[in-house]
Design a protein around this ligand. Sequence first.
Ligand SMILES: Nc1ccn([C@@H]2O[C@H](COP(=O)(O)OP(=O)(O)OP(=O)(O)O)[C@@H](O)[C@H]2O)c(=O)n1
Ligand SMILES: [Mg+2]
Length: 399
Amino acid sequence: MRVAELPQKFIAAKPILEKLTKQGYEAYFVGGSVRDTLLHQEIHDVDIATSAYPAEVKAIFKHTVDTGIKHGTIMVLDHGEGYEITTFRTESGYQDFRRPDHVTFVRSLKEDLKRRDLTINALAMDPSGQVIDLFGGLDDLKAHVIRAVGVPEERFHEDALRMMRAVRFVSQLGFKLEQNTRIAITANAKLLDKIAVERIHVEWVKLLQGKQPQLGLQEFLTTGMYQFCPGLGDQQKNLAEIAALKHLLLTSEEMVWVLLSRFFGYSPAQARQMLIAWKSSNQLIGHVIIALNALGHFPHPPADVLYQTGLPMLLVANQVAWYDGNAVPENQLKEWYAKLPIKSSKELALTGKDLLEQLNLKPGPQLGAIIKKTEQLVINGQLANDKKVLLRYAQTLLP
Ligand SMILES: Nc1ccn([C@@H]2O[C@H](COP(=O)(O)OP(=O)(O)OP(=O)(O)O)[C@@H](O)[C@H]2O)c(=O)n1
Ligand SMILES: [Mg+2]
């Protein structure tokens, strides 16, 4: 089959492929961009595969960067864009279930495609839009099937993360997992132990943020992969409860973790432990804890909670509160927040400097305590945010 109207990103990259084919090499678009085009979905980056060896690629293009030359990937710079061009390759070894011991460059597209993870990801497209389908990827796209290329077990032994990818695509695309692929994942789920948590983390969050997370989550449970993910081994029942939700749309990573914490019945401290086990960034952990704290106050978060949480995490908490029937209309929440007399301590009309200069206080803990107390009263609307008013009040706190 042939794609009649190529998306702009392919058109922009076409001259690069044509330069390679003019020199007698083969060159194709491969991977996710081809899959997503055929699904009429927006594409992010186009990956290019070629029969030219890395040295040959470098000889053809003026501006290149050796981004992953050991694995055959060269970045070609063209009109301010960078294009990753990877030489057709086969791999062997895989003693550690995550990367090959040897990469061998080859001239055959088929050899390259047959070591890819899923049939829908093993499609290639030439510069004219002609799709090359050697493993039934087009039929699977049409039938909405996630199927490993060739012998599933072999694909998962090459890179065990592919098992998570398969289930992630179930969720993202709303496709069914093919039975032999499911059987192979179930038999090999334990191999996830060999995979860096950071890589599993990415797939887990993509799975939950997919358009049909319930489907992906159901397969995640059926195949037993949950047993080999940090802190999920004893959460089967709670995860099944999430998988059974009628509506589930997780629009941010923060929301993912707040929702999980809520269904696991986690305190903020337990949520922190879970996030650390998943090797999350400190920023993410901070956000999730703040939102989780706020969640406990819905549907009536008081002014100081609104203030301390900030609007972005209030919106996240509210989205999760919806699952308990504790959400408030988003506009209402925004209005409450907008009405706060101050949004941050920087807006407080009283500063430490004022206290030092006007009330002759000495630096020390008393100073901070006075600021905190006035801040609290301003937030709650008990004092006007006015320097004179606040100084007068501060004076009453002095012995
Ligand atoms: N463990 C992996 C990762 C990737 N691939 C292959 O490399 C391509 C590009 O990988 P990547 O960008 O990670 O995934 P995409 O399929 O493009 O999905 P996404 O939309 O998430 O980028 C995939 O389509 C697939 O052919 C693979 O075989 N095995
Ligand atoms: Mg991709």
